[in-house]
Design a protein around this ligand. Structure first.
Ligand SMILES: Nc1nc2c(ncn2[C@@H]2O[C@H](COP(=O)(O)OP(=O)(O)O)[C@@H](O)[C@H]2O)c(=O)[nH]1
Ligand SMILES: [Mg+2]
Length: 196
């Protein structure tokens, strides 16, 4: 559930960009950071790991207006994709309100996509979060590359829930704000249900 602070009239929502290593998670966050007004964002923090005990992530707070008189703040996080950073992923997933699964459209990355989906399901299950209920958007990224799967094929492989998907080239920003808009729409929808 989003964190509602009644004293400061602030609602904090957590969105996590999940996916295999090098699929384009950090590129999404960088593009959002570089194309958001200074007054609508906080600092972009990126931390590189030295070992599995160092949390490896990107973190960007953005402000998205108000809801019922409360300031809406979204905290965007990425997880490290590589298999061995599972402890970091578990920590970053704690208290998640919405997920963007970034899939790498390249044919040779399908196994990595599937592995990451299975890992997401496992880690959500461990936190007793229903993978079929949490706000979730799929972003099929790297659509500019030549060696990619047709869109309906990659969607059939990774989109186990038949959720909304967006085609993207995160490097140049294609689909990046569309993805953010869709996940925040879902999270805000859930929030409104809980406030009724
Ligand atoms: N051609 C292409 N390259 C991309 C795209 N998105 C990311 N990349 C590149 O893929 C590499 C990994 O991207 P990054 O955002 O760091 O992936 P992360 O590991 O998921 O955070 C970088 O060299 C990016 O420039 C894309 O849509 N198209
Ligand atoms: Mg990254």
């Amino acid at each position: 559930m989003p964190n509602i602070h009644h004293s400061t009239r602030e609602i904090n929502c957590k969105v996590v960009y999940y996916g295999p290593g090098l699929c384009g998670k950090t590129s999404n966050i960088r593009y959002i950071f570089n194309n958001t007004n200074p007054e609508s964002k906080g600092k972009l923090i990126s931390v590189a790991p030295e070992n599995e005990h160092t949390l490896f992530f990107d973190f960007l707070p953005i402000f998205l207006g108000t809801l019922n008189g409360y300031t809406l703040k979204f905290h965007l996080h990425t997880v490290p994709g590589q298999i061995f950073y599972d402890e970091s992923r578990k920590l970053i997933l704690k208290g998640v309100d919405g997920i963007v699964f970034v899939a790498d459209s390249q044919i040779e990355r399908m196994d990595a996509n599937i592995e990451s989906i299975d890992n997401l399901k496992k880690n959500l299950f461990e936190q007793e979060i229903d993978v079929n209920h949490i706000p979730l958007v799929f972003q099929h990224n790297k659509r500019d590359l030549p060696n990619i799967l047709p869109i309906d094929e990659i969607d059939r492989i990774v989109n186990f829930r038949g959720s909304q998907y967006i085609e993207a080239v995160a490097l140049t920003g294609v689909g990046v704000f569309e993805t953010l808009k869709e996940v925040t729409r879902l999270v805000i929808g859930r929030l409104k249900e809980s406030m009724d």
